[in-house]
Design a binder for this molecule. Structure first.
Ligand SMILES: Cc1ncc(COP(=O)(O)O)c(C=O)c1O
Length: 369
């Protein structure tokens, strides 16, 4: 069997001719950014696909998150309860808004925020809860909303991993006050770089529009201070093309995901996250927990796979709260479970073009240890 390199993911792209054909009109119109035709078209199509009341496209998922937080106008220094078991973007979006992340532990069962620990972290400065549907695993949205309502808090979901996920038949972008998606090249659906915020309050659409376009509302009119976080037309067209192939991509991912699951779920020393029967999955990641009590640990497995030209990722290690840029500032809370998951987790390669024999090779390498 070949030893070609297998990376954790591979960007999904439409057939070359399809994209080239689709971008041709831009050479006539020369309208290649600034909320052009394709930007509007993609906003409409994604609103339908994600089944959400309103959606604002952005240049990337991070800016969507940063601007959604900014749009709520929390007082400087307000506290946001969040998870450290995530990509650094989640935490940076809070910190860059001059707000204080308060880290809450996560559940061993699925890696999402432990809703039973949220109330204990609420103070008079708490303004919002910012949970992450990590790997597309859905947070306990009902309980989180109950807590938010009780204390008058906003809920902003980082749904970067949850494109197309449904909970009890409802599009994941319908929960909380806003949900943010990433369309980065590594995600199950991409616009090269891109992202969006979904929400129901139309006023938020106007506020985000101003924030992402310098507050410009007319040739001679700037109504508020804003930045530049617009998606360009080439990216929007990539999004329109990729959207046509997303269902097929998800079903191809599913086949590899199931092959992994059937072969690894009963392997001694490995644990998989629990599945939620109310969730329609998007098969975006295949995370595995390597139980250190067995004869291998995560780092050994990581090295062994790399020696075999298989490149998994330690998503998410270290916890964002432990990153060098924060020093010891955020290490104080009890994050026992999150720390254990970060030490045990490894994300295996998964993408639509991944071949069954490559999955077999990965499974075989793991089982050989
Ligand atoms: C959990 C999480 N939040 C936010 C982001 C930021 O998204 P983007 O890369 O599109 O800026 C990512 C991914 O990159 C992510 O994985």
């Amino acid at each position: 069997m070949g030893k070609e390199k297998v990376f954790v993911t591979k960007a999904s792209m439409p057939p070359y001719e399809e994209y080239i054909e689709a971008i041709k009109p831009l050479w006539d119109s020369r309208w290649i950014t600034n909320m052009g035709y394709y930007h509007k078209e993609l906003e409409k199509k994604l609103k339908e696909y994600l089944d959400v009341p309103a959606l604002s496209l952005m240049v990337n998922g991070h800016m969507a998150l940063e601007l959604v937080i900014q749009a709520f106008d929390f007082p400087e220094g307000a506290e946001i309860i969040t998870t450290p078991f995530t990509f650094i973007s989640t935490t940076h979006a809070i910190v860059r808004n001059r707000l204080e992340p308060v880290f809450c532990d996560v559940k061993a069962s699925d890696g999402t925020i432990d809703e039973t620990k949220i109330e204990g972290l609420i103070t008079e400065k708490t303004a919002a809860i910012l949970p992450v549907h990590v790997y597309g695993n859905v947070c306990n949205v009902e309980e989180i909303q109950r807590i938010a309502d009780k204390y008058g808090l906003k809920v902003i979901y980082d749904a970067a991993h949850a494109f197309g996920v449904k909970y009890k038949g409802i599009g994941i972008g319908n929960f909380g006050d806003a949900s943010v998606f990433s369309f980065h090249a590594t995600k199950i659906y991409n616009t090269i770089e891109g992202g969006a915020a979904a929400f129901s309050d139309q006023k938020l659409y106007e506020r985000l529009y101003n924030l992402k376009n310098f507050g410009i509302r007319g040739e001679d009119l700037v109504v508020s201070v804003g930045t530049n976080a617009k998606m360009n037309e080439f990216a929007a067209i990539m999004g329109l093309c990729n959207l046509k192939h997303t269902a097929e991509n998800i079903s191809r991912r599913k086949r590899c995901w199931e092959l992994y699951k059937n072969n690894l779920e009963k392997t001694e020393g490995l644990l998989l996250f629990q599945e939620n029967i109310n969730v329609e999955k998007n098969y975006s990641y295949f995370p595995v927990l390597v139980n250190g009590s067995f004869h291998r640990d995560r780092d050994d497995l990581y090295s062994k796979l790399k020696e075999n030209n298989i490149y998994p990722r330690k998503y998410f290690y270290p916890l964002t709260s432990d990153e060098k840029c924060f020093g010891d500032k955020y290490r104080k809370n009890d994050l026992k479970t999150a720390r254990r998951l970060a030490a045990q987790v490894i994300v295996l390669p998964l993408y639509p073009d991944l071949e069954f024999d490559q999955v077999d090779r990965i499974i075989h390498t793991i089982k050989e240890m």
